[in-house]
Design a binder for this molecule. Sequence first.
Ligand SMILES: Cc1cc2nc3c(=O)[nH]c(=O)nc-3n(C[C@H](O)[C@H](O)[C@H](O)COP(=O)(O)OP(=O)(O)OC[C@H]3O[C@@H](n4cnc5c(N)ncnc54)[C@H](O)[C@@H]3O)c2cc1C
Length: 396
Amino acid sequence: MPQSTSVSPRSPGSVAIIGAGIVGMSAAHFLSRAGWRVTVYDSGVVASGATGSADGAVSVASKKPGPLMTLAVAAVRFYEHLAETGVLVDEFISRSTFMIASQSDELDVLESQSAQLEAAGVPVRLLKGQSLAETVGAAAPSALAAVEVQGEGHAVGYRVVERLRRLGGFTIRRHCRIVGLRQSGGSVSGVVTEQGVEPADAVLLAAGLGSMDFLAGSGLIRPRKGQLIVTDRAGRDTPRFPGPLMSCRYLVSKGSHPAGKLPESRSLGLVVDPLRTGQFLIGGSREDRDDKDTADADTVASLLRDAVALSPSLARLRVIRVFAGVRAATRDGMPIVGRVGGADNVWVATGFEGDGICLGPLMGHLCQQMICGRPADQDISALGADRFGLKLADAA
Ligand SMILES: Cc1cc2nc3c(=O)[nH]c(=O)nc-3n(C[C@H](O)[C@H](O)[C@H](O)COP(=O)(O)OP(=O)(O)OC[C@H]3O[C@@H](n4cnc5c(N)ncnc54)[C@H](O)[C@@H]3O)c2cc1C
């Protein structure tokens, strides 16, 4: 549904995008196609933030019911559109997700999330007994029920970003940290690098956790680390994984579903994701910390224990790698996308926590529409920066 707030068209000029993750790079792609001269700045390299250390679930199944679930439905359709039109051809694969209830107290979560998905127009199928065993041979025989969520997909964040980089049309400045914004009156006239000021007619803050460095207010976005495990390739004797298996506890750990009768643990939630290579990605933890260069044996052991309980055949595989990334989690669990107070030409798109690979390309497109002053294809009023009264930090 188009956004109802009034907008007036803005002529293309120059735009500085801070952050070369999936959100910033998608916005760069669409803004350059709309005639803007785009420069993307990153303090590291392309995809060196959360985008480069994520799983790639393009999934509605795990989303919090409400605006986020509605936007995720649109985001999956948008990936399909980009794949059909060649932009992301071969980078997006369609598949179903299987939410699994292994214990009786998870059945409520399964039923409730499934009803919310159906209400959002997502096709779901309940699997029990024989149909569960036939469809998801890899699930433990003790699994009580599953729901197949159809029409989902997978895309690898750093590959999406690499494709957009190759399509080109914009400039990327690697190892170029933005240390401030040059403000004059009610506008920003450029970005401040360590070498000096570079002029810009518009600025998009797509710097993940780093976006808050430019905004007044503290504690709005917190780092949330996730550890992920990569296995070796499965042998021929590994039972069928028709798609990723998602434990119902994952929905609770992600905050998409209230704990209800389940224990209030937000730390671990499990998805076993079969990759195109024949390997599996197992994850992930949700820890309120930001040390992305470390993994710890306790967390990895817990994830592996849960994974083998969900799908016993995984016990035969070797672990070949463990890595971690850091998500940007907002106080209310919703991303922040919109114009920033205190300047008429600065926008922000951040706080995507565990949903940015799914939402990134659509958000880049919506940022282009906002910056061009065109009505947005989707209603993103629930994500507005104004809900926190977000304003630019005072110029240094
Ligand atoms: C373990 C894990 C698993 C995940 N799994 C999924 C999943 O299955 N599905 C899904 O949809 N999402 C998933 N996510 C979430 C997803 O990865 C993020 O939401 C998404 O990548 C955020 O993209 P972004 O462009 O907003 O930020 P980022 O990718 O973090 O990019 C921000 C960029 O800004 C740069 N930057 C910061 N400050 C500055 C500055 N001052 N100057 C210049 N550059 C700056 C950084 O270097 C970085 O490259 C997962 C995340 C993690 C950690």
